[in-house]
Design a protein around this ligand. Sequence first.
Ligand code: SAH
Ligand code: SF4
Length: 348
Amino acid sequence: MSQPLVGMDLTDLREALGPDQPGYRARQIYQALYRGQAADLVQISTLPVRLRQELTERHALGLPTADRVFESTDGTRRYLLSLADGRTVETVLMPEGERDTICISSQVGCPVDCKFCMTALMGLERSLSAGEIVGQVLFVARENHLRQEGGRLNIVMMGQGEPLLNLANAIKATRLMTDPAGMAISPRRITLSTSGIIPKIEELGREEVRPKLAISLNASTEEQRRELMPITRKYHLAELLDACHRYPLRPWEKLTFEYVMLKGVNDTDADARRVVKLLANLNAKVNLIALNPGPGIPFSTPLKERVESFQAIVRRAMPCFVRRPRGLDVFAACGQLKRMETGLVQVG
Ligand code: SAH
Ligand code: SF4
């Protein structure tokens, strides 16, 4: 079989259809895939039956299927999704009032060896294609009858993987997600989070269509960051901050810095003051994340008092929020995505 249809842009679809089909056919398929949330080629009723049959013979649709679904008591759903080659990857839906956030993966596993993250324990199995990245959004949106329009849907590339080590596919996926003729999600509602792959941050900055950028800082000194995030040996903290200073922010944009707080390691007031210094003169905001624990992670969650004190110090200099953990009981929270086959309540 040739390429799956989900992941194709209009040009790819025109090519797949060949010169004998009228030009509008590609657009019809594009709209059915990305706007109509088609679950099956046969459902695309705007197409002649013959063409639907031909397409079915030649192409898979390319949407994932749900292997398992785990539902948290807080409403968060963790999906273990099956890909065409049988590998599985995780996607998390976090409903919150009028707003829904889908946390998507960019790779199966992750090659970056952060010491506090369960995904790191998997190593890298492979990168996802653009179709597999957008497929997660299409699947979860359809399963949960989510509306793409009206700014209710937020996408964060914060699941398994380091998206900047799969930049071409992350960008193609972003173009598909933001296309007004298709999924129509505003780039302001898509965030890509990176451990700090400096040359790729620069490449991302040159893209015309790109998500907002979040950087996982996680430490307040070069040495501490090197211990916690060995990638720092290659991409030094000082140079990462230089790249942040050069990064071409759009007028409405701030750089987000994530900071995972580890008890007794990087959670002191002195750390908070150093973070303020490091980020001085950047148009930045800070998201604090108290460590989500898990098997194999040699750190513990900081005391509430530490998190509050840290936040109070940073907030004097820039916006600083504490990220509420979502889906902790089903291993759906930040850093917990390691294809855990367990969950408190299994609904699927
Ligand atoms: N690889 C990318 C995106 C996925 S990780 C990155 O590292 O940025 C998303 C966020 O989860 C990162 O900010 C990371 O620092 C954080 N994280 C990882 N492990 C965690 C844990 N055990 N508890 C809380 N946050 C964690
Ligand atoms: Fe990979 Fe991000 Fe986990 Fe680090 S925190 S191992 S970069 S997924």
